[in-house]
Design a protein around this ligand. Structure first.
Ligand code: 5GP
Length: 208
C-alpha cells in the first residue's frame, strides 16, 4: 500500500541532546521533508536566524496567535512560549512530506492525541545527566541560571520517555544518526487510519 499523504516525526529531548546535529546528519537521506519552524517568545541566541531556527515574537503576538487558533499545539517551556503553526504543517502533509517537529514532551502529547495515526515519536537523550550538563556549558549560549533550569527540566522529561515510540541515545554521533535515519524512513510508511479503512472496505469488495 502506497502512502502519499505524509507523516509526522516528533523529536524531543533536552536542549543539548544533539537533536539539530542529528537531524542535519540525516536530512538528505530521508526523502522529502519539512522541518516545522516553531514560534517562540524566547530571546534569539547567538548563531540563530529569525525565520530559520524559530519565528521570534513578543509575548503579546504569541497570545494573539493563540486566540487566532494559529497553533497545532503550544506549550510553556523553560519560562517561554513555544508553538507549532498549523497551516504549513497541513500544507506539507498534503504534499506527502515527512513533517519533522522538534517539540517538548507536552507538544508530543498533543500531536499524538490529534494526529497519532501518522505520528512517530523519538526521544533523543545524551548518555547521562553529567554529559548533558557538560554539553550545555561547552555551548556557551546560556547563562548558568538557564543551564540549571534546562538540567532540572531534563530530569523531568526523562521520566516521560515511555510515552515515545523510540529512544535514541546520542553517544556516538554516527551510530545515533544511523538509528534515527532508519526510524525516519520507517515513519514515512505509516498509513492514516482513513486510508486503512478505505483499503479494508475495497478489499472486501473482491468477488467471491
Ligand atoms: P530551545 O530553547 O532550546 O530551542 O528549546 C527548548 C525546548 O522547547 C526544547 O525541548 C524544544 O523541543 C521545545 N520546543 C521548541 N519548539 C516547540 C514547539 O513548537 N512546541 C513545543 N511544545 N515545544 C517546543
Amino acid at each position: 500500500m502506497n502512502n502519499n499523504s505524509g507523516a509526522i516525526l516528533v523529536l524531543s529531548g533536552p536542549s543539548g541532546a544533539g537533536k539539530s546535529t542529528l537531524l542535519n546528519e540525516i536530512i538528505h537521506d530521508i526523502g522529502e521533508s519539512y522541518f516545522s519552524i516553531s514560534t517562540t517568545t524566547r530571546k534569539i541566541r547567538e548563531g540563530e536566524t529569525n525565520g530559520i531556527h524559530y519565528h521570534f515574537v513578543s509575548e503579546e503576538e504569541f497570545k494573539q496567535d493563540i486566540n487566532d487558533e494559529y497553533f497545532l499545539e503550544y506549550a510553556f517551556v523553560h519560562g517561554n512560549y513555544y508553538g507549532t503553526s498549523l497551516k504549513p504543517v497541513k500544507r506539507a502533509l498534503k504534499a506527502g512530506k515527512l513533517v519533522i517537529f522538534d517539540i517538548d514532551v507536552q507538544g508530543n502529547t498533543v500531536v499524538n492525541n490529534r494526529l497519532g495515526d501518522i505520528t512517530t515519536s523519538v526521544f533523543i537523550s545524551p548518555p547521562t545527566l553529567s554529559i548533558l550538563k557538560h554539553r550545555l556549558e561547552a555551548r556557551k549560549t546560556d547563562t548558568q541560571e538557564v543551564i540549571d533550569r534546562r538540567v532540572s527540566m531534563a530530569k523531568k522529561e526523562i521520566q516521560r520517555i515511555s510515552e515515545y515510540d523510540y529512544l535514541v541515545i546520542n553517544d556516538d554521533l554516527e551510530e545515533a544518526a544511523q538509528t534515527l535515519r532508519t526510524i525516519a524512513l520507517a515513519s514515512r510508511l505509516k498509513v492514516p487510519m482513513q486510508d486503512i479503512n478505505e483499503f479494508a472496505q475495497k478489499w472486501e469488495d473482491i468477488e467471491q
